[in-house]
Design a protein around this ligand. Structure first.
Ligand code: LMR
Length: 393
């Protein structure tokens, strides 16, 4: 049977990590996968996580099963972080999932059961895993205009014009903050307009918020999502602790549904649990146990918030320093847009060939779609990376 299989295509992000690891050049720089690095180029375990880990080791007395929905206190904490203060708090349900990709798949499967002919509209461009996951769930996928290659900002007029054609069988997938891959976020005004379109035309918003805290801060980053949740009947949300708790390998995320009534969300959650049972049964516990421990303890929460805010601040500084280097040492303001982008990523506007050139000639690994991970830079790399960008441009 295996001889009938086509040659597999490599994931454009994960395959880069392997290529980077095998590159013997000492000057190489990994700006591929979305992982935060400190000024030493390391991804340390956050202090809050280390402290929570000690508590969990001390207090956890069993490794017996937790349950299909994972840790309920964790689920409630995720709902609180995203939706506290909104009217959606009375009509929401969540399950813990293996990362946000697991959450995307569970919600994709849920849509396929609830509304089999759903078309999911994703931004052009979008996170490279959005289309594969939605298609794997058997859903149709369509693009809406999002990014202007010319201004390197959101093309709001074209985005809204496209979304005005989305109807009751459609789901519109939005990035809650820190758009992946472009770094260009929709403004609050656009969140309001998209909310009105959803109300008027009947599509369901789906917000993937995997980078809460990396843009303008924990609360600010959830502002658009909260407005929307307050004003629509139904909504789907995926979230992740990979980035803001640095729990990448622990696969810790959540799938959240907001519905018209408690009965609706109870049914949606029940279906999610049977889908999870048929897919992975239960999510891994460790990451969620750590996050729960932090968020249930005021002192640990304060430490975590401080660390997250330092990471966010460092990203802003890296963006500024890179732009300054490009301006001061290379006399170009062509890349000033980098400073206006949010979160880990920026799209440089380079072609596949230019990204290959960056990789082959300079050992600088960015994604083929032109995305670089600002969080992968160290202050030390900046002069080298700036020079390579100018040479390749
Ligand atoms: C990324 O976009 O680099 C991350 O979200 C990692 C992943 O799973 O693709």
């Amino acid at each position: 049977m295996f001889s009938k299989l086509p040659t597999p295509t490599l994931d454009p992000i994960l395959s880069l990590s392997v290529a980077y690891r095998n590159d013997p050049r000492p000057e190489k720089v990994d700006l591929g996968i979305g992982v935060y690095k400190n000024s030493e180029g390391e991804t340390p375990i956050m202090q809050a996580i280390l402290k929570a880990q000690d508590i969990v080791v001390e207090t956890q007395k069993t490794k017996s099963y937790v349950g299909l929905a994972g840790c309920e206190e964790f689920n409630q904490s995720m709902v609180d972080l995203l939706l506290k203060g909104t009217s959606a708090m009375d009509r929401v349900a969540a399950i813990q999932t293996p990362g946000a990709s697991g959450a995307l798949r569970m919600l994709g499967d849920l849509m396929k059961v609830a509304q089999p002919n759903t078309t999911v509209w994703i931004s052009n461009p979008s996170y490279v895993n959005h289309r594969p996951v939605m298609e794997a769930a058997g859903l149709n996928v369509k693009h809406y205009s999002y990014f202007s290659p010319k201004t390197k900002q959101v093309d709001t007029a074209r985005m809204l014009a496209d979304l005005s054609h989305a109807g009751p069988d459609d789901v519109v997938l939005l990035h809650g903050c820190c758009h992946n891959p472009t770094g260009a976020d929709i403004d609050f005004e656009s969140w309001k307009v998209i909310t009105e379109l959803a109300q008027k035309n009947g599509f369901t918003p789906f917000v993937d918020i995997a980078y809460q805290g990396f843009g303008d801060g924990l609360e600010e980053d959830a502002k658009g999502l909260r407005y929307m949740a307050d004003n629509v009947d139904e909504m789907l949300i995926t979230t992740s602790c990979s980035k803001n708790f640095g729990l990448y390998r622990e696969r810790t995320g959540a799938a959240i549904v907001v519905g018209k009534s408690v009965e609706d969300v109870t049914n949606a959650r029940g279906k999610l649990l049977t889908l999870a049972r048929a897919t992975y049964t239960m999510p891994p516990d460790h990451g969620a146990a750590l996050v729960k421990t932090i968020l249930q303890d005021q002192a640990l929460t304060a430490i975590w918030k401080q660390e997250l805010s330092e990471m966010q601040q460092r990203l802003l500084n890296l963006r500024q320093t890179l732009c300054q280097e490009l301006r001061n040492s290379h006399d170009t303001s062509q890349f000033d847009f980098i400073e206006s982008h949010k979160g880990m990523f920026t799209v440089l506007g380079f072609s596949q060939d230019q990204m290959l050139q960056l990789r082959e000639q300079y050992g600088i690994y960015g994604v083929g779609d032109g995305r670089i991970n600002i969080a992968g830079l160290t202050e030390r790399d900046i002069p080298y990376v700036a020079e390579a960008i100018v040479k390749v441009a």
